[in-house]
Design a protein around this ligand. Structure first.
Ligand code: ADP
Ligand code: MG
Length: 697
């Protein structure tokens, strides 16, 4: 039965060997099954007709009926265009063609009524439709009046008549024979419980919906199915891990208690306490822990990580913390060193820059077990680095480590995998976390330490610079320090550097008696460190910099973050930058400066920053603006190539699908029950396909 869907696409009527090659190259359509799953990405509503007077340029494609008053070819010979004047009782528009003029001219007759479909634009003060679809009203097929599928295609395919319409034709002819062979992939009770339409009906409606409601029903069903199977597989992975991978049992809390009683520098927040409990429960459970810890900038992840380390060290094992960059590794090392010293634990830093002699000592001490905590970069996963016994690996990941690298850290032990705590500094929207880390347990620090004053964020235009300067002066006179950040992207590096230097000079002019530092990526690292240190020590009051300061500086006295050209930064980056202030006791401020001209998205980004300090809310907006692939970087986007579901929009369906998958596995962990037979089959057939979910763990 499944054989049918694996039939090479070239055998479909209307395809043949040449088009088959193009379809596979351009759209990765190799088989009948691939074509059926090439769902429309939108639909055109041909049920509605507008009157000409209603049209304006903000509308998407519209359909109108009108009579041709006149037509003419205008313009110079090289820039010829055909203009057709179409009118109804409410007004007149122009239809314009730049290509195929002679052919179209013959088809259109004055005095005849046509149905026209296209996108309204304004030219001068008139509305026109360029290259619209046009048909004589008298022969217009009213049956076509429903939602028409629009398929993604490419320029190459269009030249071979495989534009959206061409693909729709193929779909139609394939579905005739295919539809009855599509088998149900979800168990009967789920269909009933969630009111899902059958797979056959859904596939039919997704391509050629009879009306909007049927389309929505089909979309829901297919999205549910897609997300259900992703979650089912992730949850199965998790069950397998808990079953198969035994973990160290750490149930000695002496060190932890000692730290709590004698060295804790502040009261932990409830969220911190809860997370520590969750981790401790895992580490005692005899299964290997694989937990994601997420918390916003400044939520206090470092001390939580340290306390978790104490659980492992208290049981006589070692711990490692791996960070994606050297700056971050150093930052973590400095954060942990104070705590470790207080507890009399030995800690070291290992990065690419560690000198050979020192490196050798570190290697020895790790092997002998004398070193309790190691902090470092990728250098940690080199084969030369061997532990006596690694009890807990903390990975600060920010989506930069591949799973292969993470699992290398696991394999540092011969017999039992270490417990793993993955930390993310940028909050991940729930839907993404559930999909990318769905087989991990998740802990969230959703509370900032008490007494933090929320950062006040405002938006200013370039023209208000004087006012902003006045504010800066005022803050400096109160003893505060200021960051002024400029964007730097590689494509326009030279220009950006010039902006930065101009900014530095105008700051020097505006604040003549204030010492100012400047730091950017083109400086030698000694010079950079020197300037950075002057600012950290408070010698300079203003730091003019590019985003190099995004991570790695902690200056509690800096209370103002000015971001120039704020429209050019992404949301996550703006949030990270803002996180550089608000670290001390004073009220902190963030000022986003932009030009008047803002794209719609830039405006949303800036408004979001002004509205909220909540990293999760910001991450959600970011997901909606950019889509999951961009958000996570290309590395993991393969895992997010969804056919139909959209993690930015379908959070509710995802939630429901995950719960359903969980319930099914609780009831039937090995999918042995008769009623789950098609679930089992589906999982098996999916394991053969390209996406390799095991790389996400
Ligand atoms: P992040 O989660 O961004 O890594 P850090 O661990 O660097 O945050 O913590 C930010 C700052 O907050 C540090 O100076 C840390 O000492 C402090 N901090 C952490 N937890 C608390 C708490 N419960 N009460 C007060 N200050 C805290
Ligand atoms: Mg941190």
């Amino acid at each position: 039965m499944s054989g049918f869907f694996e039939t090479p696409i070239e055998f479909l009527k209307g395809v043949g060997p040449q088009k088959a090659i193009l379809l596979s190259k351009e759209l990765k359509i190799f088989t009948y099954g691939d074509l059926i799953q090439h769902y429309p990405f939108r639909y055109e509503d041909r049920t509605k007709f507008y009157s000409i007077g209603q049209l304006d340029a903000s509308m998407p494609n519209v359909q109108v009926i009108g009579k041709v008053r006149h037509l003419e070819v205008v313009g110079s010979p090289r820039k010829r265009r055909l203009v057709v004047y179409l009118k109804d009782d409410t007004g007149e528009i122009e239809l314009v063609w730049f290509k195929g003029i002679d052919w179209i001219k013959k088809k259109i007759l004055p005095g005849v009524e046509y149905v026209v479909f296209g996108k309204p634009n304004v030219f001068g003060r008139k509305i026109n439709l360029a290259h619209p679809e046009i048909e004589v009203l008298a022969t217009f097929n009213k049956d076509k009046g429903h939602l028409q599928p629009v398929y993604s295609t490419t320029e190459v395919l269009k030249k071979k008549y495989l534009d959206s319409k061409g693909i729709a034709k193929l779909q139609k002819s394939l579905l005739e024979t295919a539809i009855s062979r599509i088998r149900e992939t979800l168990p009967q009770n789920l269909l009933g419980e969630f009111n899902l339409t059958s797979k056959q009906e859904a596939v039919k409606q997704i391509h050629f919906p009879v009306q909007l409601e049927a389309l929505q029903t089909a979309q829901f069903r297919l999205k549910f199915e897609e997300l259900f199977y992703i979650q089912l597989r992730l949850l199965k992975l998790k069950i397998t891990r808990l079953d198969k991978f035994k973990g160290f049992v750490f149930d000695n809390a002496d060190l932890l208690n000692d730290f709590y009683k004698n060295h804790l520098p502040f009261d932990l927040t409830n969220a911190q306490k809860r997370v520590i409990k969750e981790v401790y429960r895992d580490m005692r459970s005899s299964s290997q822990m694989n937990r994601l810890l997420q918390g916003d900038v400044g939520s206090g992840k470092t001390i939580v990580a340290f306390i978790c380390m104490l659980i492992a060290v208290g049981a006589g094992k070692q711990t490692a913390m791996m960070a994606p960059t050297e700056i971050l590794a150093i930052q973590h090392y400095q954060g942990l060193k104070d705590y470790a010293n207080k507890m009399g634990l030995r800690i070291a830093l290992l990065t690419r820059s560690t000198k050979t002699a020192e490196r050798r000592i570190i290697h020895d001490y790790l092997k002998s077990g004398e070193l309790h905590i190691i902090v470092g970069t990728h250098a940690l996963i080199e084969d030369k680095v061997q532990f006596k016994e690694l009890g807990l690996a903390v990975v600060d990941e920010q989506h930069r480590f591949g799973v292969a690298q993470r699992s290398k850290l696991w394999q540092k032990n011969k017999n039992i995998y270490p417990h793993v705590l993955v930390m993310t500094a940028t909050p991940i929207p729930r839907t993404l976390a559930m999909t990318l880390y769905g087989d991990l347990d998740i802990s969230t620090i959703d509370e900032l330490p008490a007494g933090r004053k929320p950062i006040k964020t405002t938006h200013s235009y370039d023209s208000n610079r004087l006012k902003v300067n006045g504010f800066i002066k005022d803050q400096i006179s109160q003893g505060r320090q200021i960051y002024i950040v400029y964007p730097l992207i590689e494509e326009s590096e030279k220009l950006d550097l010039k902006h930065l230097m101009d900014g530095y000079e105008s700051a020097c002019r505006a604040f003549p008696n204030v010492p100012i530092s400047i730091v950017h990526g083109k400086m030698k690292s000694e010079a950079k460190d020197f300037e950075m240190n002057r600012f950290v020590n408070g010698e300079t009051k203003i730091m003019v910099a590019t985003t190099v300061i995004e991570v790695g500086v902690n200056v509690p006295n800096a209370s103002v973050m000015i971001i120039e050209n704020a429209e050019r930064f992404g949301l996550a980056q703006l949030h990270q930058l803002r996180g550089r202030v608000g670290r001390g006791a004073d009220q902190s401020y963030c000022v986003l400066i932009s030009s008047y001209k803002l794209s719609k998205e830039a405006r949303v980004r800036i408004e979001t920053m002004v509205r909220t300090n909540n990293g999760f809310e910001i991450a959600d907006t970011d997901l909606k603006l950019r889509g999951p692939g961009d958000l996570m970087g290309t590395q993991q986007s393969g895992a997010l190539d969804l056919l139909i579901a959209d993690l930015g929009k379908d959070g509710k369906i995802l939630q429901t699908a995950r719960q359903a998958a969980q319930a099914l596995l609780t009831d039937d962990p090995d999918l042995e029950k008769l009623e789950n037979k098609n679930v089992r089959q589906q999982i098996e057939s999916m394991s053969k396909t390209v996406i390799n979910w095991s790389r996400i763990s």
